[in-house]
Ligand binder design. Structure first.
Ligand code: AHR
Length: 518
């Protein structure tokens, strides 16, 4: 059976009796168990509300109760081979184990996020645009591990420079036609760059003027609009403006939201639009704005062009970061009741952080790294400095400040350049990783590039002193993560740099993987 036939068959089954039940069954009460595949997906609910999905993207689960096709495609570094990642069962969760085995010992990027709606609106590597050249980077397939309904899955991790797009869509709203959309984001992973978006954009890759976009935005940019607090905010990117409400700048009703899993919703039709959001793990949606189009000129009527973007602005502005787990776009303006039922389905899906432990080197685990060199340093832990820039060791104990403890806490990630090794993401500065540059260690934002991935990947080995664990640089295999003069480097056992000193090298490069301070 071809991919299209699978979709058609799946949709036909769904559009039967099950649909009419969708708005009245468990989805309204969120009664589905989290350990089993959903019998109804968000797109079944939208269809029952007469606002069917025309794009349905997720790397974590099926968005129709009977969808059994591919969710996304990965490409591995060693030989460039690709593999579709499907679901464990119809309507179920991603087969993350297929990715793990296909990508073992190498790196993988997400090349396609498939459209489950049958419209063929797949997302692929974004081309260059008016604001920035391309093609954009592809997401590291291991960088956003998550658990959904008790099953391991991976989100789409957008480092700055990463972007997906489809300029040749089918069924997506154009002009002033009504549409709705939602997405689940990581509410702790954002920045103020333009523009971490998901939704409707220009088919030209250019800024074609006010009203030529209608996309969800998440982040703490204040370049256009903003809401209450310090952000981040869910806003609507309507082109030449991120709107938090009817005004171009500040709108008090758009709150700062930073749920680990965040539901963001946007809908727009002739002279009306609404922005809603909530915790994707529990509870209901709040309405941040519901009313007429912005008073600024050019947004009524809208001139939507119908491309789909993920992770970038309409003109390929690609300075933002964020994480996407799932999202859909509909034809027609969904009712609040339909969206509320979708939120119940989302909370029942069972998103959790995917952390598999504390104090271990398993991806997702929170750890601290304790120096083992006696007598100077055994009370010292690896941390980034107060400027969040350099990496040092300093004494840390239960009396240390919360900030100092958090600065000494790391989240283990599958190695950015080799999934069998590890990378260390700062616990209190999401998106920033331990990496070496000129052999010294820094805390830098992942720019999505191959060099950064290499510089941020370390392969654990038996401790060089016979104690604990040592971390071999993946691109300089003779060098290990070392503290020297209380500063962190990658160092060889003897070499031209002062920190390659053989004195105490074995102890300085051996670390205790400890319970996290923060
Ligand atoms: O509207 C905000 C941004 O402005 C758009 O995403 C981009 O196309 C333009 O630079």
């Amino acid at each position: 059976m071809t991919y299209r036939q699978v979709i058609r068959r799946a949709r036909k089954a769904v559009l039967g009796a099950a649909l009419t039940a969708a708005l009245t069954a468990g989805v309204l009460t969120g009664s589905a168990t989290t350990s089993q595949a959903a019998t109804q997906g968000p797109c079944d609910i939208y269809a029952a509300g007469n606002t069917p999905c025309v794009a349905a993207h997720s790397s974590t689960r099926a968005l129709y109760g009977s969808y059994s096709g591919a969710l996304y495609q990965v490409r591995r570094g060693t030989d460039g081979a690709t593999r579709d990642i499907g679901v464990l069962s119809a309507g179920g969760y991603a087969d993350a184990a297929a990715q793990d085995s296909f990508c073992a010992g190498t790196t993988c990027v997400i090349t396609v996020v498939y459209d489950q709606s049958g419209k063929g609106n797949h997302l692929t590597q974004a081309p260059g645009g008016g604001a920035a050249g391309g093609p954009d980077n592809l997401a590291n397939a291991f960088q956003a591990p998550v658990t959904v309904g008790g099953h391991k899955a991976y989100g789409v991790y957008v480092a700055p420079g990463t972007g997906y797009r489809n300029n040749h869509t089918n069924g997506i709203a154009t002009g002033d036609q009504p549409e709705g959309m939602y997405a689940i984001f990581d509410g702790t992973h954002f920045n103020s760059g333009c523009c971490f978006d998901y939704g409707n954009a220009e088919t030209s890759n250019n800024d074609d003027g006010n009203g030529t976009m209608e996309a969800l935005y998440f982040g703490n940019s204040k370049a256009w609009g903003w809401g209450s607090g310090n952000g981040p905010w869910v806003m609507a990117d309507l082109e030449n403006g991120l709107f938090s409400g009817v005004n171009r700048g500040f709108n008090a009703n758009d709150p700062s939201v930073s749920n680990r899993f965040l539901t963001a919703m946007l809908k727009g039709g002739p002279n009306q639009w609404a922005l809603r959001g909530g915790d994707a793990q529990a509870g209901s949606l709040s309405t941040f704005y519901n009313g007429i189009r912005p008073t600024a000129g050019g947004y009524n009527p809208m001139k939507k062009q119908g491309a789909i973007i993920l992770g970038i602005g309409g003109d390929n502005s690609k300075w933002a970061q964020g994480t996407f787990y799932e999202g859909v776009m509909t034809s027609g303006y969904p009712s609040d009741a339909t969206e509320n039922a979708v939120q119940a389905n989302i909370t029942a899906a069972g998103y959790t952080s995917g952390s598999t432990g504390i104090g271990t080197l398993t991806p997702g685990s929170r750890i601290s790294l304790q120096a083992t060199t006696a007598p100077c340093c055994t009370s010292h832990y690896l941390r980034h400095d107060d400027a969040d820039s350099k990496v040092v060791i300093s004494a840390t104990n239960s009396a240390s400040s919360g900030l100092d403890k958090a600065d000494a806490t790391w989240i283990v990630r599958a190695g950015l350049a080799n999934s069998s090794c590890v990378s260390f993401e700062s616990a209190n500065s999401p998106g920033r990783f331990l990496r070496h540059f000129d052999y010294q260690l820094y805390l830098n934002t992942d720019n999505g590039g191959g060099d950064f991935a290499q510089d941020a990947t370390f392969c654990p080995t038996q401790g060089n002193s016979g104690t604990g664990t040592s971390f071999r640089s993946v691109n300089f295999p003779s060098k290990f993560l070392r503290h020297y003069n209380y500063t962190a480097y990658v160092a060889a056992n003897g070499g031209s740099n002062s920190w390659d000193s053989t004195t105490s090298w074995a102890a300085d490069t051996s670390w205790t993987v400890a319970r996290p301070w923060g």
